[in-house]
Design a protein around this ligand. Structure first.
Ligand SMILES: [Fe+2]
Ligand SMILES: [Fe+2]
Length: 240
């Protein structure tokens, strides 16, 4: 059963913890005139996530489904959501649509250009392509401008059944997780490329107040500093 926490006004974190791998999978529902779910979740997680969404809204009224990059934890249940909610539509960048979604999804996506804003009522989501940050050619993030929440997907991944939100050292946790993963069969999950630092520094300029992380606690505080510190940690841990 999902744990639900409102981490910013109207932004609900729906957390499913997978004990076997000691990792949280967080999905974010933004309640608005046109509700948006960020991360469709695994296909296998769909019943639990649908039940969690139903505690907040009628799932059939879901209008938008967004994510960062095409992977099963982010998009696996996309078509189940589209079947359940007749007016729901995927929202992704050009690369996401061209590489995966135009073929995979049962309905065509709304394709967001770089910097384009998706308005859902009170909330505005700016789409920023971030190819290969954290990973995946089609990667992007959405910045919810009303509350200044950055939906940052697999940035700041950390393990454990941690608290929904922290003001503590999220970069230290992410560094430890990267170090452990590099020594495991899950090594090389995130590249550090010539563009990584520039992308993270652009995200830092957004002035986010909340980082909505997919795996681990969300962070409330100086997100710009956290993103700059994450760049240092990634460079030190991931660069050969
Ligand atoms: Fe990922
Ligand atoms: Fe993920």
């Amino acid at each position: 059963m999902a744990t639900i926490t409102e981490i910013a006004p109207d932004v609900y974190r729906l957390c499913l913890f997978q004990k076997e791998i000691d990792l949280q999978f967080n999905h974010f529902l933004i309640k608005d005139d046109e509700p948006l779910l960020y991360h469709a979740g695994y296909r296998a997680a769909f019943p639990a996530l649908r039940e969690a969404v139903a505690r907040l809204i009628d799932p059939k009224t879901l209008r938008w489904i967004g994510w960062s990059h095409f992977e099963s934890d982010e998009c696996g249940a996309l078509n189940q959501w589209l079947e359940l909610s007749p007016s729901a539509q995927p929202a992704c960048g050009f690369l996401g649509a061209a590489i995966n979604v135009n073929d995979f999804a049962i309905r065509p996506p709304r394709v967001l250009q770089e910097g384009e804003v998706l308005v859902t009522g009170k909330h505005r989501f700016r789409f920023l392509p971030t190819a290969h940050v954290p990973h995946g050619w089609d990667s992007g993030v959405m910045f919810e401008e009303t509350n200044r929440t950055l939906l940052c997907s697999d940035l700041f991944v950390h393990f454990g059944d941690v608290e929904p939100s922290t003001t503590g050292d999220i970069v230290g946790r992410a560094r430890e997780a990267m170090e452990n993963m590099e020594r495991s069969p899950f090594a090389y999950s995130v590249p550090y490329t010539a563009r990584t630092g520039r992308v993270l520094s652009e995200l830092a300029k957004l002035g986010a107040k909340t980082l909505a992380t997919m795996h681990g606690s969300s962070f409330v505080g100086d997100a710009a500093q956290a993103l700059r510190d994450l760049d240092v940690a990634m460079k030190e841990v991931l660069r050969p």
